[in-house]
Design a protein around this ligand. Structure first.
Ligand code: SF4
Length: 270
């Protein structure tokens, strides 16, 4: 039994849940690893595969206009179909969410993420972790952003403003920000609670202060991909762990408790 076994409850998100039909999220991680291995047999260059799936996850009309000759269409069709067959169980809420999303929120690209994009993003996170794990670990300064939604439902949260973002004051043992922060500190990674909206500005500032820097994120699937892409553009090696489900107020209209897989976090940073 792992040390955090009793900490987890099964969570359903607005659009996705890494629990699927299981009582834990380990099965999801086994599935996504197997899928990445399978696609890497077809396209052994990890960065090339990442490029392909990033292009495939942009909206369809843009993809048609801009994809051109660099896209391996038969590979992408195979990937999309295989992902759909294997990952739909984790994205059961997307269609209903999109059908019922108010008109006023249809300009929000995160809220408008389609089911196929979720699947491609899940693969993208796995590939980015494989590509950037070692560069991240060998960075001199490493920091992590944990999502504020993990503590939103705690009106008595004792976190305080820190030098980069807010920092946890470890007021309660079962808070996932506390548990994640303890683990991160063990591996010399500075943990912060993400509050800033303008990530690019924050990352540019940190890169200027620490030329050898690595970033770790915990966020819902679309937000994690967005953060990873910003980091890569700024030459900051990123890694990340998706939230087990998307349950913050942006999705659920009120903050609901969530979690992430601490075992996967440790596997990524040890
Ligand atoms: S453990 Fe940390 S993040 Fe969680 S409620 Fe307490 S101060 Fe806030």
């Amino acid at each position: 039994m792992s040390e955090h076994e009793g900490t987890y409850r099964t969570f359903t998100g607005k659009t996705y849940s890494l629990y699927g039909i299981n009582t834990g999220t380990n099965q999801y991680y086994k599935v996504i690893k197997k899928l990445a291995d399978l696609f890497l047999q077809q396209c052994p260059d990890k960065k090339r595969l990442l490029f392909q799936i990033q292009k495939a996850s942009v909206n369809r009309s843009f993809f048609k206009k801009r994809s051109g000759k660099n896209i391996n269409h038969s590979l992408i069709s195979f990937i999309k179909k295989t992902l759909r067959d294997s990952l739909s169980v984790y994205t059961a809420g997307v269609k209903h969410h999109l059908r019922t999303l108010p008109l006023s929120q249809r300009f929000d690209s995160t809220l408008m993420t389609k089911e196929e994009q979720y699947h491609l993003y899940m693969l993208e996170i796995e590939l980015v972790n494989r590509i950037y794990k070692e560069p991240f670990k060998s960075s001199q300064y490493k920091f992590a952003l944990l999502p504020h939604c993990l503590r939103d439902f705690r009106p008595d949260c004792h976190s305080v403003p820190g030098d980069v973002e807010s920092v946890c004051k470890e007021c309660t043992e079962r808070c996932f920000i506390h548990l994640g922060s303890l683990l991160l500190k063990k591996y010399n990674i500075h943990p912060y609670i993400s509050v800033t909206m303008d990530l690019e500005k924050l990352f540019k500032r940190l890169k200027a202060e620490h030329p050898s820097i690595g970033a770790l994120g915990v966020a819902c699937v679309p937000e994690l991909v967005n953060g990873m892409r910003i980091c890569i553009n700024l030459d900051i090696p990123p890694v990340g762990v998706p939230l087990d489900a998307n349950r913050c107020a942006r999705w659920m209209k009120q903050a609901c408790e969530s979690s992430f897989n601490l075992k996967m976090l440790e596997a990524l940073i040890k």
